[in-house]
Design a protein around this ligand. Structure first.
Ligand code: ZN
Ligand code: ZN
Length: 118
């Protein structure tokens, strides 16, 4: 049984309706939208497209890997699975930065008193 025809197909982003071409610079398995970075829960193993969940996956964080490469952490809105995905060469840099800066832009504690109390 071949899944080849379902691999590497264009898709329409579930979040922003952007039409996402399958082939992107810097990735073999385009699995997220370069504009808003939302993904879909389609893979059990990267690129296999065998997951029956198929719910949208929200980008929740940036992970910096040991070699310095960035990855996007996605959480499935259907089953809460957490996945990390390499950024693609055509991901919008502003969207990546906005995601990376989200906790800085919304600190959970005051930033104006970082002095050493001693
Ligand atoms: Zn999108
Ligand atoms: Zn899921």
């Amino acid at each position: 049984m071949s899944h080849k025809s379902r691999l590497d197909t264009d898709f329409t982003c579930t979040a922003c309706r952007h039409h996402v071409p399958a082939l992107a610079f810097g990735t073999r398995h385009r699995n997220h939208c370069p504009r808003c970075l939302w993904s879909r829960h389609l893979d059990e193993q990267p690129g296999d497209r065998r997951c029956p969940c198929a719910q949208p996956m929200e980008p929740i964080a940036i992970e910096v890997r040991r070699d310095g490469e960035w990855a996007i952490v996605h959480r499935c809105t259907g089953c809460n699975a957490i996945k990390t995905n390499r950024v693609a060469g055509d991901d919008h840099e502003r969207a990546l930065l906005a995601l990376a800066l989200r906790p800085i832009a919304n600190p959970a504690f005051p930033l104006d008193d970082l002095r050493d109390p001693a």
